[in-house]
Design a protein around this ligand. Structure first.
Ligand SMILES: [Fe+2]
Ligand SMILES: [Fe+2]
Length: 197
């Protein structure tokens, strides 16, 4: 797979679709994911594709995201309708899947992008590293972020569970709905078993 070409195209598309602030978050996620992969000896190329694609449509108006989802044949989803900004990950996943035929053979990259905000029983390290980097990159600043970085730096599997736990606690505190993907991610993380959504 010509990763270099994909990377170049995704960087070009980001310039057209995201705000400066979002571009800084994506650059921060790239740095953080790179450091995690280097430290834990994991291949970075597929993670980079995920990092560059994950928030490509995050700054689109919600109505546009919703109508693209509808036109792509997605069934109405009561969870997403209550938090329609979450469509941005799903649209990015659909985009990756349809845009480049080569990526059809790497479903774990598409999975990582699609579920980067909610979590998922990810089948590979790619989803976990993107999930961690999205939450812990340097421009993120919230109580507990430093401690989470410490955990992720020493053990990315533990870091993934800690970030997921922190996110779920935040959802509960805010009285947000828990998506089935998030619940399945938690069940998979604490049992170490494959958990279907
Ligand atoms: Fe996102
Ligand atoms: Fe993000």
């Amino acid at each position: 797979m010509a990763y270099a070409t994909l990377v170049k195209e995704l960087r070009r598309l980001a310039k057209l679709n995201v705000t400066d602030e979002r571009a800084a978050h994506i650059a921060g996620s790239e740095d953080y994911a790179y450091r995690l992969c280097a430290k834990h000896r994991l291949p970075f190329d597929p993670v980079l594709i995920g990092v560059l694609a994950h928030d490509l449509f995050r700054d689109w108006p919600v109505e546009r995201l919703r109508s693209v989802a509808k036109r792509s044949g997605m069934d109405a989803n009561p969870y997403l309708e209550r938090a329609p900004i979450l469509y941005h990950g799903i649209i990015a996943g659909l985009f990756l899947e349809r845009w480049r035929g080569e990526l059809r053979s790497r479903p774990e990259i598409v999975e990582a992008v699609t579920h980067h905000s909610t979590g998922y029983p990810f089948r590979s390290y790619i989803g976990k590293i993107l999930f961690i980097a999205d939450s812990l990159e340097e421009t993120r600043d919230y109580p507990g972020v430093w401690e989470l970085r410490q955990i992720a730096d020493s053990d990315y599997e533990k870091g993934y569970i800690a970030v997921l736990e922190h996110k779920i606690a935040y959802f509960l505190e805010k009285k947000y709905l828990l998506l089935p993907e998030t619940v399945a991610a938690w069940n998979a993380a604490v049992t170490g078993e494959v958990w279907k959504v």
